[in-house]
Design a protein around this ligand. Structure first.
Ligand SMILES: [Fe+2]
Ligand SMILES: [Fe+2]
Length: 317
């Protein structure tokens, strides 16, 4: 599962060893099966971390992941701004530098607390405000959008809001509810990635657009189902096996989408794709977000399966 911290070289290596999605899905589930049996896991780098059906995010791991994401958001904004919006471009540049510095501190840190935590919270709040201000200007037709779609700005604003929420409130939550929350959050993000990619591809890229359209339909359906299941979970059922079956589908489709993004990134790096994607890094960025989603599922699923079987036993007795 460990995609975190992978360099571009690692991505290159993966390109040479293509593994079909079916095999990857099998691998994923065999790791889940093992993890269900092995209750204790010494890997302290995973996030969330679960104990007795309650899971909470590992703030340091989350901070390392999201601070790179936020630095890249600032770059994407800057590249999408019209040339005459000098002040916004400078502000975007200052966020790139700010998060670069914070990432250096996070790399050295063993814990996320004190000044580092405070500075990080301040920076995340500031970039949320920046994204919201830009979006407002576009919605009110006060500024030209350049190539920053309003939905892109809202999407990256929500990603930052989620990170801020994890920083401010790292409280343990029931495993099943957290899994459903993650699915509802990330499936919306995945769906929007596809929608944004469709709009960034040149109209002549008919084959890729067609593939992306299929993904869009699939992820719209999955998102709707995740929201329904999350709502049903409000009734606090003792077990909810449908969620596990649904998650199987989510894993399979997210792996396919992840591979689509990775392939699009490779095409962009090799200059074999037409469109208005400002940098191939954008495609790598959305591939990393798909991997983060899969990483979270890989932690949460075994815990949910374990907890469901405990509940079932209790009920059967
Ligand atoms: Fe992002
Ligand atoms: Fe995203």
């Amino acid at each position: 599962m460990k995609e975190k911290g992978k360099t571009e070289n690692c991505i290159k290596d993966e390109r040479e060893e293509y593994v079909p999605v079916d095999d990857k899905v099998k691998d994923f589930w065999s790791r889940i099966d093992k993890s269900v049996v092995i209750q204790e896991c010494d890997d302290t780098s995973e996030s969330p971390v679960c104990r007795v059906c309650e899971c909470k995010y590992n703030r340091l791991e989350e901070a390392r992941f999201w601070s790179r994401i936020l630095q890249e958001h600032a770059l994407f904004i800057k590249l999408g701004l019209p040339a005459d919006q000098k002040e916004f471009r400078e502000e975007a540049e200052s966020f790139i530098e700010l998060f670069k510095e914070l990432r250096k501190r996070l790399d050295k840190a063993k814990e996320l607390k004190g000044d580092l935590l405070e500075d990080l919270i301040k920076a995340v709040k500031a970039i949320i405000d920046f994204k919201a201000r830009l979006l407002r200007q576009i919605i009110q037709c006060r500024k030209a959008p350049g190539s920053n779609f309003p939905l892109l700005l809202d999407h990256i604003r929500r990603e930052a809001e989620r990170f801020l929420g994890l920083l401010l409130k790292p409280e343990p939550e029931d495993a099943l509810s957290l899994l459903l929350q993650q699915e509802a959050f990330w499936l919306r993000i995945m769906k929007e990635h596809i929608e944004l990619v469709i709009h960034l591809l040149d109209p002549s890229e008919r084959e890729l657009i067609e593939q992306a359209e299929e993904f869009r339909k699939t992820f719209s359906r999955l998102l709707e189902t995740a929201r329904d299941l999350e709502s049903m979970d409000d009734t606090k059922p003792k077990n909810f096996n449908t969620v596990i079956r649904f998650t199987e589908d989510v894993v399979r489709h997210t792996m396919e989408l992840r591979d689509f993004k990775a392939a699009a990134y490779e095409l962009a790096v090799m200059c074999k794709i037409l469109g208005i994607i400002s940098t191939p890094l954008l495609l790598d960025h959305i591939r990393r977000e798909a991997d983060k989603f899969l990483d979270e599922l890989e932690v949460m699923l075994p815990e949910v399966i374990r907890c469901q079987s405990k509940c079932k036993k209790a009920k059967d007795e």
